[in-house]
Design a protein around this ligand. Structure first.
Ligand SMILES: [Zn+2]
Length: 466
């Protein structure tokens, strides 16, 4: 089956055909974090979807060149720095660091580049693009000294969001400071400096100021990936106005189609509700780790639902993630015991075929667990030979380049826990069930769970432990 994705632009499943697959890597641009606070798990759901997409493309033989921008100058970062009383760069740096820490914890593959909007070479590029847009009549400087994109001159505006420009006119919500614009929907390319901006300012042909958020992504993607890119991703929140504006700016400058495939990830809900600080259901990666879960478990929980379906995050779901991973771990341990150097044979491609179909992760994981069930049964009946076990391990290795869910080799079981588990095993051998249960409770009090498997007891961290 050919690789197919749902393209937000056409609202259709389309066969994936990068522009120039033989000569150049697939060019992929992903909108990154705005570094004014620590990213929440909803943001990371989108980044994990992008990670899955990149890894699957690579499994299918595509070379991927991925850029993820860091938005370190816009209204929220400036406000945050002002409130904290520190320079902008110092303020944003802590959240950049936190972002990379969390991404690593979730095993998200690093992008090839992480351009920051405040880098002078990209500021220069933004200024250059705005100048071209003005010379083409697609932008104008208003009385407030800011430069705006002229929507009425770009008839394709709204095609990505399937949005009619006249709807924007009819809303009639015109704020006082928007009287300077020709059209209510005209968005800022360059924002003239005002006192609230403090020392956040750059020189430009239109006076001191700073770039608008949308032009940052257009300039950085063009600088690093060229005029035309293959895939552009983000959360559904980015579709309008951000990605719509990116199309207007980039195509306004080049006159060429900017993006071939637009892919957007649906929302994350917590207990069926929109995540909000005011509802007390707002979680960052460290918040989840503080409850005793691992980055691997959170990765699984955020990965397992198809990206176009809203994902409902619950603690019960985290425990299910833990159980699913324990099943994979036990299965691998059994296979490894049986496997010797057998002939490596390509097993079925059902896993990657499912992902070819617009990243159908539920079907892919369904196939994985069905395989685990079947091979476990074969092992129970001693019907698995070394060569087949080795083939299965080889298959796992291949699909794990996409999933990245294997347990780290360095999961350390504390000495005390290991000793109690050994005592419990002795008690079980002596059929001293009372003592065995007591020991299980003590192990559980230390935050570990003991599971009796065919190959003896297995220790795993229990849910909710610190
Ligand atoms: Zn962007």
């Amino acid at each position: 089956m050919a690789l197919r994705f749902f393209n937000t632009y056409s609202r259709e499943i389309e066969e994936f055909q990068p522009r120039d697959p033989t000569a150049r890597p697939t060019r992929m641009y992903t909108c990154g974090p705005t570094v004014y606070s620590r990213a929440h798990i909803g943001n990371f759901r989108a980044y994990i979807f992008e990670d899955l997409l990149q890894r699957h493309l690579e499994l299918r033989g595509y070379k991927v060149h991925r850029v993820m921008n860091i938005t370190d100058v816009e209204d929220k970062t400036i406000r945050g720095a002002r409130e904290a009383g520190v320079p902008l760069q110092k303020f944003t740096e802590q959240f950049k660091d936190a972002f990379f820490e969390d991404a690593q914890m979730l095993r998200i593959k690093r992008a090839d580049e992480y351009p920051a909007a405040t880098d002078q070479r990209y500021i220069d590029r933004m200024i250059e693009m705005i100048s071209v847009l003005i010379s083409k009549g697609l932008a104008y400087q208003a009385d407030d000294k800011s430069v705006y994109f002229r929507l009425n001159k770009f008839p394709d505006y709204g095609k990505l969001a399937h949005f009619d420009l006249t709807q924007l006119q009819s809303t009639g919500r015109v704020k006082h400071d928007e009287y300077d614009k020709e059209h209510i929907g005209d968005f800022a390319l360059w924002k003239a400096w005002d006192e609230a901006d403090g020392d956040v300012k750059w020189d430009s042909p239109w006076g001191l100021g700073r770039p608008g958020w949308h032009i940052e992504c257009s300039a950085m993607s063009m600088a690093l990936l060229g005029d035309q890119i293959d895939i552009h991703c983000g959360g559904v929140d980015n579709i309008f106005p951000h990605h719509e504006a990116e199309i207007a700016q980039s195509e306004g400058v080049t006159g060429k189609k900017f993006v071939r495939y637009w892919l957007h990830c649906a929302h994350l809900l917590v207990d069926g509700q929109k995540m909000a600080k005011s509802l007390g259901n707002f979680y960052t990666v460290p918040d989840v780790l503080a409850k005793g879960y691992t980055g691997r478990e959170l990765r699984y929980a955020l990965l397992r639902v198809h990206y176009r379906v809203p994902l409902n995050f619950t603690w019960e779901g985290m425990n299910e993630a833990r159980e699913s991973l324990a099943r994979i771990d036990e299965w691998l341990a059994r296979l490894r015991q049986i496997a010797k150097n057998g002939n490596v044979q390509r097993l079925t491609t059902a896993f990657e075929d499912a992902l070819d179909d617009d990243l159908n992760i539920s079907a892919a994981l369904g196939f994985l667990f069905e395989s685990i069930r079947e091979t476990n049964r074969a092992m129970d009946q001693n019907k698995m030979d070394a060569a087949s076990a080795s083939d299965w391990l080889d298959w796992w290795k291949r699909i794990n380049t996409v999933l990245d869910l294997e347990a780290a080799a360095d999961v350390v079981i504390p000495h005390e826990v290991a000793q109690l588990a050994e005592e419990r095993e002795n008690a079980r051998r002596e059929k001293n069930w009372k003592r065995s249960d007591e020991l299980r409770d003590r192990i559980s009090g230390l935050g570990w769970e003991v599971r009796d498997t065919k190959d003896g007891p297995k220790l795993t961290r229990s849910a909710g432990s610190g």
